[in-house]
Design a protein. Structure first.
Ligand code: GLU
Length: 480
């Protein structure tokens, strides 16, 4: 058995979307599990779709997700180069070899010719297939057209009697009858190579053993399998990953929040949570929250659900993110939340890491994303603005006087011994028959502007005794 070699082969069209992320993850996890090699190859042959020079964004996104590759851009490897734009000579060699075998032919048809043929076939309800006009050109005709500099492309001669069978991890054997396929282009008129061909040559030359990619490539797979057959090479094993759908069952698109990885990054989703969620959708695990190394150990590639589509559910992703936030290392959580806080509150810069770690550990269970730290800690950075009505609305008139007295009597503890303040007012409230609930509401309202939130002792600890006293005194004045 050959050593497993898999690849993630994105086209640098500008952004990683969740379909790409899933393909990258599945390849990575498979390589980890099988102690194989994970290759990153950048498919940048289509100059018109190059919106991410050198695939810088993709490389950054993979690093963010923790998907390190064993061979690829910047780090190199035995099958370099890993940018298709630098591999033209290799495609030329393979094209030459196919030409010598008479497996490809030049096609001089213009776009207009082809369009006419298509329309005629449509009218006759025939499958839209290239009618092979140019396959029958004589050598003299070809020479003449070449001497006139007539533009042409190379087409692969599909053997219409051939059927090729691929192995797909989810679907088992899939047989393609090449009689249903057209003689496809392997070059463009400018001499550059098509996706189908370059992608095939690279998989062949890079000794790729398993190809895991989106289901949208299934028809390319038939053509590429025919190419493998034409050069007498063994076929890789495939897994065509089901299309990701939104909750309404429609193909996931730009309009769906979280389709682009950048959306999720900016909204405060943790890389571990995104990687975790995107790898578990469509499969079932007893314990769903796990880091990549455990995922790689647990992922069952022998029993893949062959369902046609899988659903991306943002609510589930939020749950996974929340679970990760709670179990994240305090220092790391702080690093992730800090930029949002600094952007929202100018003085957040002055809060050192030790203090911020303390604040976040207290409120972390309220966070769905790290960006939620902004609302969860608003009270810390901006003192609440309360009015007398806010107090009337939640503290019964009858308790107000005695509540006030109890707090007055103990408030100086906030300066002398802040940790004593809470137990002392609690005891005094009990002795005065003041419901504790009302005491807590009152103090929370004073300290954070709401009646529910962290415990009073925690709030005092977060704000510090002096600030807590200032806020409580402001509230006491409102009642007087
Ligand atoms: N460049 C192709 C894409 O981004 C690669 C498909 C494949 O993995 O073979 O869709």
């Amino acid at each position: 058995m050959h050593k497993v070699r898999v690849r993630f082969a994105p086209s640098p069209t500008g952004m990683m979307h969740l379909g790409n992320v899933r393909a990258a993850l599945i390849n990575y996890v498979f390589a980890e599990q099988k102690q194989g090699t994970f290759v990153l190859r950048i498919e940048d042959t289509d100059a018109q779709r190059m919106f991410d020079p050198q695939a810088q964004n993709i490389i950054e996104d993979l690093a963010w997700l923790g998907l390190s590759y064993d061979e690829g851009p910047h780090i190199g490897g035995p099958y370099a180069p890993y940018y298709q734009s630098e591999r033209t000579h290799l495609y030329q060699q393979q094209q030459q070899a196919l030409a010598e075998k008479n497996a490809i032919y030049r096609c001089f048809c213009t776009e207009q010719d082809l369009e006419k043929k298509r329309l005629r076939q449509q009218a006759l309800k025939m499958p839209p297939r290239y009618d092979r006009t140019c396959m029958h050109l004589t050598p003299d005709e070809i020479d003449r057209l070449l001497s006139e500099n007539t533009p042409f492309i190379w087409r692969f001669k599909c053997d219409h009697n051939l059927s090729v069978t691929i192995t797909d991890l989810a679907h088992g054997a899939i047989t393609f009858n090449m009689g249903n396929f057209s003689d496809f282009a392997i070059t463009r008129q400018d001499g550059s190579f098509t996706f189908i061909f370059a992608n095939f040559v690279d998989d062949l030359l890079m000794d790729i053993t398993h190809i895991f990619r989106g289901e949208d490539h299934l028809s390319n797979t038939a053509n590429q399998a025919a190419l493998f057959h034409a050069v007498g090479a063994a076929l890789p094993i495939y897994w065509h990953l089901p299309i990701l759908c939104n909750i309404e069952g429609k193909k996931l698109s730009k309009r769906d929040f979280g389709f682009s990885l950048r959306d999720l990054k900016d909204a405060g989703f943790l890389p571990e949570a995104v990687a975790n969620y995107v790898s578990i959708i469509g499969a079932s695990f007893k314990e769903e929250i796990m880091p990549l190394n455990i995922l790689a150990a647990n992922f069952n590639f022998d029993n893949i659900n062959a369902s046609g589509r899988i659903t991306y559910d943002i609510e589930k992703l939020k749950w996974v993110n929340k679970s990760w936030i709670v179990r994240y290392e305090p220092e790391k959580l702080t690093t992730q939340c800090r930029p949002y806080l600094e952007q929202a509150y100018s003085h957040a810069k002055n809060v050192d890491d030790k203090k911020l770690i303390q604040l976040l550990q207290i409120i972390k269970t309220d966070l769905t994303t790290t960006a939620d730290a902004v609302s969860a800690l608003e009270f810390y950075f901006v003192a609440p603005q309360l009015a007398a009505e806010d107090i009337q609305a939640c503290i019964p008139e009858a308790s107000q006087k005695s509540l006030l007295r109890v707090i007055e009597e103990h408030k100086n503890l906030l300066i002398t011994n802040p940790t004593e303040f809470t137990p002392a007012v609690k005891l005094a409230a009990k002795n005065n028959n003041i419901p504790l609930k009302e005491l807590f509401w009152f103090l929370r309202l004073a300290l954070m502007g709401k009646t529910n939130g962290p415990g009073i002792a925690e709030l005092v600890d977060m704000l510090g005794g002096a600030e807590a006293l200032k806020r409580i005194e402001k509230m006491l004045q409102l009642v007087d």
